[in-house]
Each structure stands twice: as C-alpha cells, then as structure tokens.
Design a protein around this ligand. Structure first.
Ligand code: CS2
Length: 475
C-alpha cells in the first residue's frame, strides 16, 4: 500500500508517546485537539502523542490504523483552502476490535497523563439543567451492575481509575472538551457520583488526586459529506476516510490545572488561564446560542445550511441582536474583551460559504444544548427584569421543531436522547408549558416562570401562524 503522505510532509514521530488517551475520535477532535497537539509535536521536541479511542466507531479506528494513524484536516476559508496532515496519534483502540480491557489498560497505564474527552453533551449522562448524573439512565444503571463491557464513558473511566489506583500509578487529569458550561466540573461531578455508587473510597481518591481542568473549545467542524470527502481527496491525491474539513479559525482556552503535566498547547495558539468561566460563557451563549437559534428557525424556514441563513438579512440581524443584545449583557468578561467585535467575527464565520454546516446537524440534541446556550442568558434577563425576544423565539422554534413536522408538512428526523418525550409533549394541547415543565432541561426558575411561559407562548403562536421567516422578520 502506498504511504499516506510523501516523506517531506511527515514529521519525526519517534519521540511521541501516547501520554494523552483521547475518547471520542470524532470530527471535532480531529480538527481541534489533535491538530493542536500535532502542531506542538512539529515545533518542539515534545513527546506528547495521542492514543485515539472510539468506544462505538470501530470503522474509524480501523481506518486510522490502516493509514499509520495519520489523517487530514482541510481548512476551508471563504477564499482559500489549506490541508494539514495530523500526525500526533501513535495508536488507536476500540472495544469491539481490541476488547474493553485493552481500552481500560491504556487509560490506566503509568504513562497516561491526560484523558481527554469529546463525547458530546449526552455522553456525560447528566440532567442538562442541573449537571447532575441521571441515575435513571438505562446505560448508567447497566454499568452500575458491573458488566465487563461498560456502556458509558463513566463506566470506562471508573474501571480505569480503579485499576490505576490498584497499580499505584500516578494521578492524571481528565480534560473535557465538550460544549458544556463548567465542563470540567460537570465531568468531575458525574464521575464522582457514578464512582461513589460502586466504590466510595475510589470516589474519595478521584476527588483528591485527579484534576478536571475546564476548557473552552471552538472550531466549526461540520460532519463530512460526500462533497467534502471529494475535496479532501482532491487535495491529498487519494481518499482519506478519517479526513475532516473545517473553518480556518480555531480557539482553545484551558484552565491550567494538570496533575501530571500537559503539552505546551500555547505554542499552537491555545491560551492557558486560571479561570475559563468567562470564555466558556461567552462562547456558549454567543456562538452556540446563535447557532442553535439559526438552526431551529433556519430549518423551519427551509434553509439547509447556516451560511444560507446568513444570506437572509432578517436572520443575519436577528443572530447579531441575539448575541449583542441578549447574550452579551449576561457576560462578565476580562478587561479588553470586545464582545461586539466577537459578534461581528461570528457573523463572518457563520457566513463562510465553503462550510456546508447543516441546520439539521446543529438542531440535534437540543434538550442537551438549550440549557447551556440559551438558559444562562435567559436567567440574566429574569434577574434583571429585561426583555428577551430572541431567546423566547429560539426556544419556541426548538419546540416547534421537536413537534416533528416542518412548515411544509414534512416530517422532521429528530435526533435527541429525549426525542420520544419531546415529541409527546410538543403534540399535547399546551406544548409550551408542557415542554418548559421538563425539569431535566429547564430549572424550575425558568420553566415555571410566568414571564417565560407567556413570551415563549407568544413566539410559538407567531411561528404557527406566520412561519419562521415572517415571525423573525416581525421582530
Ligand atoms: C454547533 C457546534 O453542532 C453544534 O451544536 O453549535 O458544534 C459548533 O460548531 C462548535 O461549538 C463551534 O466551536
């Protein structure tokens, strides 16, 4: 088989060790943490390599192994395109090919210093509104019974940390790279709650020894389509089943709290800080809040991609207003932050015509996303007594979306761990109050607030009567 890339593109990987074990070998990780780690490996004499783990996608892991653990990232801007070959991975594991014990052993290995995660919001098995472990989650219940093949990441982490402690290996850090407010704290709370059920002394050890730095991660990485795969193949000279395409922009802000060291990711542009909270809130409420808003309204209005919504002046200005008038006022930023410039930059990023980012993709898992993306800003307005028309419209559009029928009468393929319950409630006589009453999604201070119920109901009725485009234009 010909080599994946020519010798002059390869860098010397002999020093790299799998000191990072990453769970979640998905598109976002490939274009973000893996690329940052690769850039560090290229520039210095770093020994930080990655063992890529996918718990459920053995096809991707087999493909990665078949190409010497390399893959491509195609950065597509509005005007130019650049391909990068990530060479930071040194090995790859998946339970169905290697057995769950091989994954657990790698996580427990003495040289593993960081376990990083991109498992999406639902991978933590928490109630999104509270961040607490969902003790009724069927896979959590199954893992708590102690099967040899865990179903959840928490099951794997607990088994690995138990082994690690027994072997006397040094503590490490668990680095959540998911779009969850306080992602490190959420990961810690979920893992401790899980471990406490099985081994309270292990939970105490985790609490004392393992660190869980919070991170803000940002890069728009749409799911690969046939077209993007063809673009990647054209740039590379052959297909790459692990290749991803993304925007040129990338950002990573990391709480500098590592138990066993970390790569100098700042060489590649990451920023280490003492407190990530303001950056996390800014990104979740402005970027992701606007993304979800555009996704639900855009899908209902018949727009396939986020860049299509940006061609509609009403959508464009509504997204800008949501960011500057309803999200930004809820934020307390370090001196020098310019939230208006940030919003302007986001509009440019959303408008990138080369990124075919589907509204349907962003609309997935709304029950897990809405609390972090719109809930935080909403709480601010409730406390201040200020108005929140865009947030109300965004929540109403999500409710309209989960009813399962679009404005043309076509059914919508709703992807959400709570899809059945959402569909049921969205099709009841009073869908707004019924959906706001879901405490896993809306804390009672939001879900039972009469102002929220009234405003979301008005927005919902406007969507039913006039459709998404007109309801939005009327604002
Ligand atoms: C998007 C995010 O799919 C989604 O929900 O909003 O994946 C978004 O593209 C990233 O957070 C950007 O950093």
């Amino acid at each position: 088989m010909p080599p994946f890339v020519k010798a002059d593109v390869r860098h010397n990987r002999t020093k790299l060790r799998p000191r990072i074990v990453h769970i979640g070998f998905g598109a976002f990780h490939r274009a973000h943490q893996a690329l940052f780690t690769d850039q560090v490996a290229r520039q210095g004499d770093s020994d930080w390599g990655i063992c890529e783990v996918s718990l459920f996608n053995d096809t991707a892991i087999a493909a990665l192994r078949a190409q010497d653990h390399m893959f491509s990232v195609l950065e597509t801007g509005a005007e130019s395109t650049e391909i990068k070959i990530v060479q930071a991975a040194t090995c790859a594991l998946t339970p169905s090919l290697d057995g769950p014990e091989a994954v657990i052993a790698q996580l427990a290995a003495a040289e593993t210093a960081i376990i990083s995660l991109t498992i999406t919001e639902k991978g933590y098995c928490i109630d999104p509104a509270t961040g607490r472990l969902d003790m009724s989650h069927p896979e959590i219940l199954s893992d708590l019974k102690g099967s040899n093949t865990p179903q959840t990441v928490l099951g794997y982490l607990t088994a690995a940390l138990k082994k690690r402690r027994e072997l006397g290996h040094p503590p490490l850090s668990i680095l959540s790279c998911d779009n969850i407010q306080g992602n490190g704290q959420v990961a810690k709370a979920a893992l401790l709650a899980f471990a406490r059920q099985t081994a309270p002394d292990l939970a105490d050890w985790i609490n004392a020894k393992i660190t869980f730095p919070c991170t803000m991660v940002d890069r728009i990485v749409p799911a690969v389509t046939d077209d993007t795969a063809a673009d990647i193949a054209a740039h590379l000279g052959h297909p790459d089943p692990c290749g991803v395409a993304c925007e040129p922009f990338k950002q990573w802000v990391i709480e500098d709290n590592f138990a066993a060291g970390r790569p100098d990711w700042d060489i590649a542009g990451a920023k280490f800080v003492a407190d990530v909270t303001p950056y996390e809130e800014m990104k979740l409420r402005m970027l992701n809040g606007a993304h979800s808003f555009l996704a639900y309204l855009g899908y209902l209005a018949g727009y396939t991609h986020i860049s299509d919504t940006m061609d509609d002046p009403h959508f464009r200005s509504a997204a800008f207003d949501l960011m500057t008038q309803e999200a930004a006022p809820s934020l307390t930023m370090p001196a020098g932050a310019d939230l208006r410039a940030y919003a302007e930059q986001l509009i440019v990023r959303f408008s990138n015509p080369a990124l075919k980012h589907k509204t349907w993709q962003i609309a997935m898992d709304g029950s897990q996303k809405i609390p972090h993306r719109l809930g935080g800003s909403l709480k601010h307005h409730l406390a201040q007594g200020t108005d929140f028309p865009m947030i109300a419209l965004g929540i109403a559009a999500w409710m309209r979306y989960v009813s399962g029928m679009d404005e043309q009468g076509h059914s919508i393929d709703i992807c959400d761990p709570l899809a059945a319950e959402l569909y049921k409630r969205a099709n009841q006589p009073d869908p707004v109050a019924s959906l706001l009453g879901m405490e896993a999604i809306f804390e009672p201070e939001i879900g039972r607030n009469s102002d929220v119920i009234t405003k979301v109901t008005q927005a919902y009725n406007a969507l039913l009567q006039h459709g998404a485009k007109a309801a939005l234009a009327a604002l």
